[in-house]
Design a protein around this ligand. Structure first.
Ligand code: SF4
Ligand code: SF4
Length: 411
């Protein structure tokens, strides 16, 4: 097999010492941090939680990647499928960073950079695809739907704007463009509706791409080892946004946000706009007093940091600032928060079993806080955690940050 992509991450795979802390944790309870709970043990790796075998973990992925590069294992469909079990949540990378930090601090050995297992996994998948291995059925189905219909649900693009409240009209040429995302447009529509209402009430003119918005392509194509197909989506969206004249693009979905903000610039060097997450824009509007909360929300709420927002894009404070500003709301923290957040499972369709386990594990931790509501800031988190709450008959309300903000604004 030609390992063109994986070779670029050979150093990563070699740097993995098989210590296994990416599965167990916590690693460094001595590192000074104001929130000690961030370092308490939580269940880290969704695929390991499901399989309970080290093969299905960052440790296993890096060991397999090394063996593939050294030619000591034959790649077969089982090996390929193991790589597709990874949710790419990146929790292993945070823990791995703790291992490297600890060794450097206490032993004085600079052993290089922590292992970026998500890059190793994505590179290996791209090589598997080029070598002609089959994608898991659901992954293939969704990738084909995106090629054909430009959304993950294979629905007619004309339905992309069905969520839009009748009394709110997008403004062509507006500075702000709301990139709604497939899940917000077709499934978790209340997130999109709430955000549109917030912008409208705050007096922010905004545009949308409507039928011209294509799936961002991050979670379904780039993560699946299909960078060529991803590039088509990215190119189309960047062209459409540039043509709209918008200078700020806002995403409510953490996956879209990560993709547009961190991945698109690697494929498109002509982006004439900046990318914000809804929580960042809401925090700005609060600061500018364009948003006011005149409705008390007497609830104990905990916040689920979406992996792609907190770990990948380092946005952790704005959602907390927004939630803490709501009168009556008591914000309590879960173990495993900010960059140590637990994955919601990420793929309710592609990886239903590990996503169900991850959701259940996260709600158990949420339960320990005494909160009645879990607020998140990502369409996939809302989808996965709502499924878990239903399946586990947990009496939690799962809300997006836009929904609770809209409530506090009386919308
Ligand atoms: S990825 Fe990092 S934490 Fe995991 S086994 Fe390798 S070195 Fe250890
Ligand atoms: S990215 Fe997440 S699912 Fe993948 S190996 Fe790391 S912790 Fe496990």
């Amino acid at each position: 097999m030609d390992c063109k992509n994986l070779k670029k991450f050979e150093r990563e795979a070699i740097n993995c010492s098989n210590c296994g802390q990416c599965v167990k944790g916590p690693v460094d309870p001595f590192r000074p941090n104001p929130v000690f709970s961030e370092y308490m043990p939580v269940k880290i790796c969704p695929m390991h939680e499901e399989a309970e075998m080290l093969t299905y973990s960052a440790n296993g992925i890096n060991a397999m990647a090394r063996a593939i590069l050294e030619g000591t294992i034959e790649v077969d469909q089982d090996v390929v499928d193991a790589f597709y079990k990874c949710s790419l949540c990146g929790h292993c990378e945070t823990n791995c960073g703790e291992v490297f930090h600890w060794i450097k601090t206490f032993l004085g050995n600079d052993i290089g950079d922590p292992v970026r297992t998500t890059d190793v996994a994505k590179a290996a998948k791209a090589d598997f695809v080029k070598a002609g291995y089959k994608l898991p059925h659901k992954v293939q189905q969704i990738a084909d739907a995106i090629d054909k219909e430009h959304n993950r649900f294979a629905l007619d693009q004309s339905k992309r704007t069905d969520w839009l409240p009748e009394d709110i009209k997008p403004v062509p040429g507006a500075d702000v463009l709301f990139f709604v995302g497939c899940v917000g447009s077709f499934r978790e529509k209340e997130i999109a509706r709430s955000f549109a209402k917030i912008l409208h009430k705050a007096g922010v003119n905004f545009n949308i791409l409507g039928e011209d918005e294509w799936c961002c392509g991050g979670p379904q194509l780039l993560n699946a080892g299909l960078p060529d197909r991803f590039t088509i989506q990215a190119r189309h969206n960047v062209n459409a946004i540039n043509a709209s004249g918008a200078t700020t693009v806002v995403c409510t979905c953490a996956d879209c946000y990560r993709t547009l903000k961190l991945d698109y610039p690697k494929y498109c060097d002509d982006m004439n706009f900046k990318v914000l997450h809804s929580s960042e824009l809401i925090a700005e509007l609060l600061e500018q007093k364009k948003i006011t909360f005149d409705h008390e929300i007497k609830k104990t709420v905990t916040y689920q940091d979406p992996c792609q927002l907190s770990r990948a894009a380092k946005v952790t404070e704005e959602p907390r600032t927004v939630l803490s500003s709501i009168p009556g709301l008591d914000l309590v923290e879960m173990q495993g928060n900010k960059e140590y957040t637990m994955c919601c499972g990420h793929y309710p369709v592609e990886l239903p079993d590990s996503t169900a386990i991850a959701g259940k594990n996260r709600l158990e931790v949420a339960n320990d806080t005494g909160a009645s509501t879990v607020v998140t800031a990502c369409s996939f988190c809302k989808w996965s955690l709502s499924n878990a709450a239903r399946t586990e008959s947990k009496d939690f309300k799962i809300m997006d940050i836009t929904e609770i903000v809209a409530q506090a604004m009386g919308l």
